[in-house]
Ligand binder design. Structure first.
Ligand SMILES: [Fe+2]
Length: 209
């Protein structure tokens, strides 16, 4: 405990990360309501299973409450800080990815029939949650949004997985979060993860400089 206290006093970025994934909430902002989250994420209501829907929603409420960003910010900030002159917002990028994933899955089910088994609730929840860890990657320095020290060391597939685990989301959903990015290239992705991975890729790659 003494070590943690010493680290807290000497290393603020670590403290923030420690607090965010632990029990405390150090970001000073008003509580976020479920309705506020559903306004920016109407696709959460596409999830038919009540339990998965609630867990997905609660994870987003928690992530925004523990982020320097507000729901409004997410509709205006560029989806990547690495792309110059990026005018596509975080929410536009994320919602497009979810919508594409659903379109792809529906077409595959229609054309491949019984040859393919895709769980739509798993796919939608996973697609909605893949970048939830990004909310912990940002900090504001001198009024400018930047990647935090924590964010540069613990990329969002890992922090996102920690959030999903915290809210007891099913293993198949956690798998999508963990494998949606390049970190998942070494393993074997489920069909839902393959679809989300590609839907995310096509919503990102064309905008890279
Ligand atoms: Fe991502």
């Amino acid at each position: 405990m003494k070590l943690i206290n010493e680290i807290r006093e000497t290393c603020p970025p670590f403290c923030l990360a420690y607090s965010r994934l632990g029990k405390e909430n150090t970001v000073d902002k008003n509580p976020i309501t479920k309705d506020e989250v559903l306004r920016i994420w109407p696709e959460i209501n596409w999830i038919k299973d009540k339990e998965i829907r609630e867990k997905t929603l609660n994870a987003w409420v928690w992530a925004i409450e523990n982020s320097v960003l507000t729901p409004e910010d997410l509709g205006t900030i560029p989806f990547s800080l690495l792309i110059r002159d990026c005018n596509v917002s975080f929410m536009n990028h994320k919602r497009t990815c979810v919508q594409l994933a659903v379109d792809i899955a529906k077409r595959m089910k229609k054309n491949f029939g019984d040859e393919i088994d895709i769980d739509m609730d798993t796919l939608i929840s996973g697609a909605i949650l893949i970048d939830i860890g990004k909310l912990l990657e940002y900090e504001i320095v001198d009024g400018k949004l930047t990647t935090s020290d924590y964010g540069s060391k613990v990329r969002h597939p890992f922090s996102g997985l920690a959030i999903a685990h915290r809210f007891d989301l099913p293993p198949d959903v956690q798998h999508i979060i963990a494998t949606h990015s390049k970190e998942g290239d070494l393993g074997k992705r489920t069909v839902e993860s393959i679809i989300v991975h590609h839907a995310d890729f096509v919503s990102f790659e064309p905008f890279k400089n």
